[in-house]
Ligand binder design. Structure first.
Ligand code: PHE
Length: 764
């Protein structure tokens, strides 16, 4: 960028330099305006010169770019503006005036009036409340008559005045009233206050952007100002090559194979003989796939001449006569058919060559091979099929491999791709037995989709090669295109390969990273949707609750002893709990813990009457349960507790979000106690003894009226309390709270338990 003139030209486009013809608005104009009049507001200035505000803002921004020439400060302003309806009223009169004007001195039938004036309903009620008209109910129906001779349409006058000037003399109260009537609206606008800066000047000198050899030679650089570097400017992206999405996904697949200890097979033979592509794989010569409709045969050179002389007769024999325990196909195998050249239809041809090579080694050694490369099929082209695609293929050769190994390896392989849910379906390949298609669960489509093919290579393929009899080879293959299309969200394969590919797509697509985390750990979108809905409902409920509280407060209904939350800092975590409880069995432990928590942390509680609940719980009982409202907003609360009264012999159900509902008061109490832990560690202290009490209390709560169970708990409590203050020693625990709650609900607090029960109740 040695040519400074280019920058010069550009700068001229943005700011108007001294001597340039001036337009209505220019940097020059703005500077001399400040010089003469002092600081100004961009919006006022734009109005005064009748110019578009955005244009003025643009120039201010460019002046700002010059450094300290001007100081710019953003301001937000509100002003009143007439709505469309308001403008209409200002022009033709208010609805009430129109109604009044439509009433003749002798009166008019109400029905006629209502149908003859636009917006008659609003206008009529306003005219009545202004005392302009009245309704006489006579035998002939309602008639509307004038109550005054004439009226002044103040609304229209006010609006017209406001239309002329925002400063018109209309009281704020009236403006608010007109806003409510949707005649006026408050508009917020952003503008800038511009004042002289430290380097204020009337002559904007365009700073130099380049130091040129001429400047150095002439020494003129000494007197020039140079534009400071803009280090946050985005650079020009360097021109470079880009990897095609397929190559990026291929790199990921290759990485997975390498991680699993596989080595890559040489895949450079696109042209292959039928022998290696089909015959070596025990695919009979009359197999339909060997037809020109399915396979591209090569015309020049049409045949291969060098087929392995020692191996070829064995392949011929297994096809035509059988062997190695197989009957073969029993047909006349022809060399000419095997010699035909073709574009390989699968990379399993490569696998065959590699396995034959392996069999020729002196001693067998286990191998794990993979390849990812192009194969060709004579397909009808459509959105998902091309005549060529890439195959990903893996194989393992070792002694004693079974179908179980194959399924295990495939599972492992796909897990590394982020696919956890795999299913197998029996299938047929000429070269594998058994064969399985591989399906995976597609969460987006909500169904199982085929993602690959696999199997155990047949002895008719392996034994003629010379591999030991106890060696098995397990293998699988899939296309590279399908996962690539899914990953890059393409639904037409022709957007991925071929002449229609958008090179910009190739250039701008991100690198590929497969989600290698476990599939199970990924959230189910349906669950997330449900959670969002639940959250929305809870939020709505929260808002309703707040409104209700306000109403109650205004009517003096709210309990007076407010206990504002005193927690320092944000809540450690937020728990949302819904407790369903029967009104005749209020879960007192939940109430107690909740109120206790409210003295330490922001708690937001709500009681809700289920539609199946005929009678609300006694006010006193309800008041004992939840802490009085303390002005905590739902957003700031550490606990959202929704208590839903629902009748019946029902146990308390706690349902924290995203968990199956938990049963029982003890569980609810435990959850709340855990939140209380920072302040009341002893209360929460987990111990088998506490658990035992909670279980017993819960059992009784479920059994309810069972007298024996009740008596057992009462006497156990009495025994534990003889000589002690609390059920479990020196400090109150959750056991005390829950046992107390259940016994109180069942009205089973006997005299020896009274003192203890009172002490528990007083814990708050
Ligand atoms: N060659 C098979 C195909 O074209 C894939 C495959 C490879 C199947 C290895 C089984 C074993 O689909």
């Amino acid at each position: 960028m040695l040519d400074g003139r280019r920058h010069y030209k550009k700068a001229k486009d943005i700011i108007h330099i001294t001597g340039m013809p001036q337009e209505a608005v220019s940097a020059e104009g703005i500077l001399s305006y400040i010089d003469k009049n002092g600081p100004f507001n961009s919006e006022d200035y734009a109005n005064s010169i009748q110019e578009d505000h955005q244009k003025v803002v643009g120039i201010i921004k460019s002046l700002q770019g010059l450094g300290q020439v001007v100081n710019v400060e953003q301001v937000t302003r509100k002003h009143w503006e007439l709505t469309d309806e308001g403008r209409d009223v200002a022009r033709t009169g208010s609805h009430e005036a129109k109604v009044f004007n439509a009433v003749p001195p002798e009166g008019i039938a109400q029905s006629e009036l209502m149908s003859s004036v636009p917006n008659a309903k609003i206008g009529f009620s306003k005219a009545v409340s202004c005392g302009w008209v009245r309704v006489d109910k006579g035998p002939a129906g309602a008639r509307v008559c004038r109550r005054v001779q004439s009226v002044t349409d103040v609304v229209r006058l006010h609006l017209a005045a406001l239309q002329d000037s925002a400063d018109a003399d209309v009281s704020e109260k009236l403006k608010a009233e007109y806003k409510k009537r949707k005649l006026l609206q408050e508009v917020v606008s952003k503008s800038y206050t511009v004042s002289k800066g430290a380097d204020f000047t009337l002559n904007i000198e365009k700073p130099e952007t380049d130091l040129t050899p001429e400047m150095i030679a002439s020494g003129s650089w000494r007197s020039k100002t140079f534009k400071p570097y803009n280090f946050s400017a985005l650079g020009v992206p360097p021109a470079r090559g880009h990897l095609h999405p397929l190559l990026k996904v291929r790199a990921e697949f290759r990485q997975i194979f390498l991680e699993m200890g596989f080595s890559e097979m040489p895949t450079n033979r696109y042209v292959e003989s039928s022998f290696w592509n089909f015959d070596a794989l025990f695919q009979p010569q009359q197999h339909p796939a060997r037809d020109a409709h399915d396979t591209f045969f090569i015309s020049d050179p049409a045949t291969s001449v060098s087929l392995p002389a020692d191996y070829l007769p064995k392949v011929k024999r297994v096809h035509s006569q059988g062997g190695f325990g197989s009957q073969g196909y029993g047909y006349d195998w022809k060399l000419e058919e095997a010699q035909k050249n073709l574009l390989r239809t699968h990379t399993t041809a490569v696998s065959a060559r590699m396995l034959r090579q392996l069999a020729q080694e002196k001693e067998f050694r286990p191998v794990k091979y993979f390849s990812i490369d192009r194969v060709f099929r004579n397909e009808t082209l459509d959105a998902t099929h091309l005549a060529e695609f890439h195959q990903v293929e893996g194989l393992v050769a070792d002694r004693g491999l079974t179908l179980g190994h194959l399924m295990g390896v495939i599972n492992e392989f796909f897990k590394k791709l982020g696919i956890e849910q795999i299913r197998f379906k029996p299938a047929y390949n000429p070269y594998t037995e058994p064969s399985m298609e591989i399906f995976s669960w597609h969460a987006g489509l909500g169904k199982w989709v085929e993602i690959g093919n696999s199997g155990v290579f047949r002895p008719e393929m392996l034994l003629p090669m010379g591999l030991p009899e106890d060696v098995n080879v397990i293998a699988w293959g899939l296309s590279l295109e399908r996962p690539t299309m899914i990953k890059y969200k393409l639904d037409n394969i022709r957007d991925l390969c071929g002449h229609r590919v958008d090179l910009q797509m190739v250039a701008s697509n991100p690198i590929c990273r497969l989600d290698k985390q476990s599939g199970a750990a990924r959230p189910d979108p349906r669950l997330a949707r449900l959670e969002r809905r639940q959250q929305a409902v809870l939020d709505e409920l929260a808002g309703l609750g707040l409104m209700l509280d306000e109403c109650r407060q205004r009517r003096g209904l709210a309990p007076s002893s407010a206990a504002p939350a005193a927690a320092a800092g944000p809540p450690p975590e937020r728990l949302r709990v819904a407790v369903y409880a029967a009104p005749d069995r209020p879960p007192l432990s939940v109430g107690l813990l909740c109120r206790l928590l409210a003295t330490h942390a922001p708690v937001w509680c709500r009681a809700h009457l289920h539609s199946s609940c005929a009678a609300p719980p006694a006010a006193a009982a309800a008041a004992r349960l939840l802490p009085p409202p303390n002005g905590v907003s739902p957003a700031a609360a550490a606990l959202h507790l929704t208590l839903i009264w629902r009748p019946g012999p029902l146990r308390t159900v706690v349902s924290p979000l995203a968990a199956p509902p938990l049963q029982g008061e003890a569980v609810a109490a435990r959850l709340l106690a855990r939140l209380l832990q920072p302040w009341r560690p002893r209360l929460y202290a987990e111990s088998p003894a506490v658990d035992a009490w909670l279980d017993q209390a819960d059992e009784l709560a479920a059994a309810g009226a069972d007298r024996k169970a009740r008596a057992a708990l009462v006497s156990a409590a009495a025994a534990a309390l003889s000589g002690r203050r609390w059920l479990l020693g020196a400090e109150a625990t959750l056991a005390d709270v829950v046992v107390w709650s259940v016994l109180t609900q069942l009205d089973a607090v006997s005299p020896p338990l009274r003192r203890w029960a009172d002490a528990v109740a007083a814990l708050t």
